[in-house]
Design a protein around this ligand. Structure first.
Ligand code: F3S
Length: 78
């Protein structure tokens, strides 16, 4: 799944929300989150984020793994 990570915090550029074809990126506090069920994994947001905050959860470095959990938890058990 695609997840948003640390670089988004307090940046919230929002470019990702404009390219997402299914509008599955939601604003939540200090960053944005990708809905894990609604997301169709097209990867458009990953390529457009100016701070490279978006990545596939199976490619995250250990330090960013908590963001995979955070994206899931933000929407409840999905
Ligand atoms: Fe954040 Fe990047 Fe989107 S900074 S709001 S993940 S374009």
């Amino acid at each position: 799944a695609l997840v948003i990570t640390a670089a988004c915090i307090d940046v919230k550029d929002g470019a990702c929300t404009k390219v997402c074809p299914v509008d599955c990126i939601y604003e939540g506090g200090r960053m944005f989150y990708i809905h894990p069920v609604e997301c169709v994994e097209c990867g458009l947001c990953e390529s457009i984020c100016p701070v490279d905050a978006i990545a596939y959860d199976d490619e995250l470095p250990d330090a960013l793994l908590p963001f995979a959990t955070a994206n899931r938890d933000y929407f409840g058990a999905a």
